[in-house]
Design a protein around this ligand. Structure first.
Ligand SMILES: N[C@@H](CCC[C@H](N)C(=O)O)C(=O)O
Length: 292
C-alpha cells in the first residue's frame, strides 16, 4: 500500500491530481492511476501529475541536456493511465503547485523551465494565471476522416502536433458543436499511429474582434475522454482555424471551451514559429489517498 498526499487542481475545468515525488520513488501502475482518476471509485480527475526532479528520471537526461536549470519534470498521465507527452492546462496547474508548495520560485518577468516528455517548456506569470511557450508546432500530415456520434457524415480532420498529437475538425455552427456526443471516442480513418486528441471547432460571429480571432471548441482527449478544456488542444484548434482562414488571419486567439476561455498566441522564433497558451491555474483542495 502507498499513501500519497495529493492536491486537486484544475485549469479551466481540466482537472488533475498532483503529488510530489522529488526523488522518483513512487511508480504508480496504469491501473492505480486509472483508479485515482475514476470519478466514482477514486478521487476523480482527467489526469495525474507527479512532480519529480528531472535528475531522478531516465527521461530527465534529455531535459537537463536541453536546459540544466529545468529542475522539475511534469510526469503527466491521462485518466486511463497512459503517459502523455505534454499537457497545456496541466503545466500551468503544475507551476502553481510548485510555487505554492515552495518547490520553485518565479518572479514577475522571469520564466520557469519545466521538463516534459516533449522537451523543456518555459512558463511565466500572466495576469492571475500563467502562460506557457508550447514550442514549435507542425502539421503532421495525418488528416483522417472523423466520425463522431450525432454528427452525421464524416468530416475532414487536420493533424497538428504541438508537443502531442491533435486532429482538428471544423463544424458548421454552434448547433453542430452542441449536438456532437463526445462520450464515445470519435473514430479516425485512418487512425494516427500514436492516436490523437480530437478537437471540434466553430468560428465565433464575428470571427475577429480587435485583431483577436475567436472560436469555440469541444474536445475528446486521448486517454481521458471529453474534458472541459484541453490546453494543447486549444492551441491546435487556433492554429487550424488560422490555417483555414488563410492570409491576414490573426496570430492572437481566444478559445472558448466548456470550462472557460484560454488565450493562444503564435510568434516567430529562430527555430520557427512557436505557439503559447495562457489561462488560469487553480488549486482546489489537499487530501490523502491510499493505493494498493
Ligand atoms: N489536457 C491536456 C492534454 C493531456 C494529454 C492528452 N490527453 C494526450 O494524451 O496527448 C492539455 O491541457 O493539453
Amino acid at each position: 500500500m502507498t499513501t500519497l498526499s495529493f492536491t486537486k487542481g484544475h485549469g479551466a475545468g481540466n482537472d488533475f491530481v498532483l503529488f510530489a515525488d522529488p526523488d522518483g520513488k513512487v511508480d504508480l501502475t496504469a491501473a492505480q492511476i486509472a483508479l485515482i482518476c475514476d470519478r466514482h471509485f477514486g478521487v476523480g480527475a482527467d489526469g495525474v501529475i507527479r512532480a519529480v526532479r528531472s535528475s531522478a528520471l531516465p527521461e530527465g537526461g534529455a531535459v537537463l541536456a536541453e536546459d540544466p536549470t529545468a529542475e522539475w519534470f511534469m510526469d503527466y498521465h491521462n485518466a486511463d493511465g497512459s503517459a502523455g507527452e505534454m499537457c497545456g492546462n496541466g503545466i500551468r496547474v503544475f507551476t502553481r503547485y510548485l510555487l505554492d508548495g515552495g518547490y520553485a520560485h518565479l518572479a514577475p518577468g522571469q520564466t520557469l523551465p519545466i521538463g516534459t516528455r516533449s522537451g523543456v517548456r518555459d512558463v511565466q506569470q500572466s495576469g492571475t494565471g500563467f502562460q506557457v511557450d508550447l514550442g514549435a508546432w507542425h502539421l503532421t500530415g495525418d488528416d483522417p476522416l472523423v466520425r463522431a456520434k450525432d454528427l452525421g457524415v464524416a468530416r475532414p480532420g487536420l493533424g497538428i502536433d504541438v508537443g502531442n498529437p491533435h486532429v482538428v475538425v471544423a463544424l458548421a455552427d454552434d448547433d453542430e458543436l452542441d449536438r456532437v456526443d463526445l462520450g464515445p471516442r470519435p473514430v479516425l480513418d485512418p487512425e494516427p499511429v500514436n492516436g490523437a486528441n480530437v478537437e471540434f471547432v466553430v468560428p465565433s460571429e464575428p470571427l475577429i474582434v480587435d485583431g483577436i480571432g475567436r472560436i469555440r471548441m469541444r474536445v475528446h482527449e486521448r486517454g481521458s475522454g471529453e474534458t472541459l478544456a484541453c490546453g494543447t488542444g486549444t492551441a491546435a484548434a487556433a492554429l487550424a482555424t488560422r490555417y483555414w482562414a488563410g492570409d491576414g488571419a490573426p496570430d492572437n486567439w481566444k478559445v472558448r471551451v466548456p470550462g472557460g476561455t484560454l488565450g493562444v498566441r503564435m510568434f516567430p522564433t529562430e527555430e520557427g514559429e512557436h505557439v503559447s497558451l495562457s489561462g488560469p491555474a487553480e488549486l482546489v483542495y489537499d487530501g490523502e489517498l491510499t493505493v494498493g
